[in-house]
Design a protein around this ligand. Structure first.
Ligand code: HEC
Ligand code: HEC
Length: 454
């Protein structure tokens, strides 16, 4: 009996700390960046002071202002930009990008840490930053270290805006930027037929189990070693030696943060009867790939590992998987940080069928964000929207509670905000299986109601 009481008490204490840990983790991630010894994702020294002073004068660009529209960066009421830091280095202030610039985003008007940013536009940020930095660099700067940092930042932003590499649409991130490092580090040019492999930024809750079936959308990253965590920093000009130096401490800390994340709760009403019917359909038609959804006694998710589904079965756009070709794998196998950054080879290429916790917030759907709502994803690909605007995609008025996902606006005055499924890598085909053909309108709504509970 005593043991039972003790067990109960410790498990209650543990459960309470799970919610608390999630909150602490979110705060820690909001403040995290990997800038180290003057290297990482940064712009020219002291350029950030310009933004700081505009902000202090109340002239910053506002929550839905140009910074949000043009770059897709989330701006708070205070004018602070999520994931933009001002780091001191050798008497200068350096503007630094943190992970949440991409790995924090909005859905239905809520800001959610660990959700992919639906609007981030690294290509636009890159080309605007190159322009601003060229002007900034032409002015006199006294600090002897300025030039070195400036040149490195210029090389980072030029890489981001390189037309061979970069994205053309908000929310799509070119994985080619990271892949190009494996060539650059060997002093080789990137191959002629280099694919962009454009993807949306994945959610990070459930990471501890996700990593066991392989990191990234294609599951090709070895998740045991943690080496992919600072990969983007290397592409941004961090040195191999510095990553080795900080690896042990920073990577472990970051993994602990991710492992504590919880999915965001659906913020509106859910019809329990409909959801129960939806669950029955889910068990028959979806569970085989997307797995089961168990909870601890507090109702919080018990995470488990997702499955990899061959491309030949799921038949979604192949560009992202084609990008991982033999030449690249050979380069990854021989990269100078290969003790940490390794590939997991699968019997055949495929996409991870992601666990669907917090799926309501993760639209537009699929790895290339080509399908705006769950309703469309459950319907014949021929009927799915071909173009849709990403303008204010995370705001309340763009959230469709019925079809679950993004409301459809077919046009946009600004091309980079318009998702076009006819572009390379942006196909909205696939993920339409035999059983889906039997779904009635009502069945789809029931499935959607169930997904809201996850
Ligand atoms: C420019 C946007 C961007 C930034 C900044 C960024 N990431 Fe990512 N991250 C991505 C994208 C896109 C992917 C998916 C890549 C793929 O599938 O090939 C990803 C994947 C990941 C994954 C694997 C997730 C999974 O489900 O397999 C981890 C872990 C991760 N990032 C951590 C970080 C950390 C830590 C930082 C900060 C040092 C960071 N990222 C900064 C865009 C970004
Ligand atoms: C044969 C395996 C399979 C079946 C059956 C299946 N899925 Fe999927 N699902 C996948 C794979 C693989 C992906 C990722 C594909 C991609 O991103 O290109 C996916 C992606 C999704 C996504 C988008 C996830 C995201 O983060 O954007 C949703 C939502 C989804 N599935 C819901 C369902 C529902 C609901 C059912 C049942 C009605 C179902 N799936 C049945 C394999 C499957």
């Amino acid at each position: 009996m005593k043991i039972l009481v003790l067990l109960l008490i410790t498990s209650i204490a543990f459960a309470q700390s799970r919610q608390e840990r999630a909150t602490t983790a979110a705060d820690a991630f909001l403040n995290l960046n990997f800038y180290y010894k003057g290297r990482g994702m940064s712009v020219s020294p002291d350029l950030i002071k310009l933004y700081d002073s505009l902000n202090k004068m109340g002239l910053s660009t506002g929550e839905l202002g140009p910074l949000y529209q043009r770059w897709g960066m989330v701006v708070q009421k205070s004018g602070n930009v999520r994931g933009l830091f001002s780091e001191p280095y050798e008497g200068m202030q350096v503007g630094v990008l943190g992970c949440v610039a991409c790995h924090g985003g909005k859905a239905a008007g809520q800001y959610i840490v660990g959700l992919g940013n639906k609007n981030i536009d690294v290509g636009q940020i890159g080309s605007d930053a190159v322009l601003a930095m060229k002007m900034w660099g032409a002015l006199p700067h006294r600090n002897p270290k300025f030039k070195e940092l400036h040149e490195r930042a210029l090389s980072f932003t030029k890489g981001l805006s390189d037309p061979k590499i970069t994205n053309h649409t908000q929310g799509l991130v070119p994985t080619s930027f990271i892949r190009s490092w494996f060539y650059k580090v060997k002093g080789e040019p990137i191959p002629q037929d280099f694919l962009k492999g454009l993807v949306k930024v994945p959610h990070l809750w459930g990471y501890g189990e996700k990593k066991k079936s392989g990191l990234t959308w294609g599951g090709e990253g070895n998740g045991d070693l943690g080496g992919w965590i600072p990969a983007i920093e290397l592409s941004a000009g961090q040195s191999v030696e510095n990553v080795r130096e900080y690896f042990g401490e920073k990577v472990k800390h970051t993994e602990e943060i991710f492992e504590s994340f919880l999915p965001p709760k659906y913020p509106f009403a859910v019809d329990a009867t409909k959801a129960a019917n939806g669950e029955k359909i889910f068990v028959k038609s979806c569970q085989g790939c997307h797995g089961t959804y168990n909870r601890d006694f507090e109702g919080l998710p018990i995470y488990d590992s997702p499955k990899l589904v061959p491309l030949r079965v799921v038949k979604t756009d192949s560009d992202r998987l084609d990008a991982m070709n033999d030449d690249l794998i050979q380069h990854i196998d021989t990269n100078p940080l290969n003790e940490y950054i390794q590939v997991w080879k699968h019997a055949e290429p495929g996409y991870v069928a992601p666990k669907l916790w917090g799926i309501w917030a993760r639209f537009p759907y699929l790895h290339n964000m080509s399908v705006p709502t769950v309703y469309d994803l459950l319907s014949d690909p021929a009927t799915r929207p071909k173009q849709f605007s990403m303008k204010n995609a995370g705001e309340r008025d763009r959230f469709d509670e019925v079809r679950l996902g993004l409301t459809i606006i077919k046009k946009d005055s600004w091309k980079r905000r318009l998702y076009d499924t006819t572009r390379k890598g942006s196909s909205n085909q696939g993920h339409y299986f035999e059983s889906f053909k039997t779904f009635t309108h009502e069945n789809k709504l029931e499935l959607i109601e169930y997904l809201k509970t996850l």
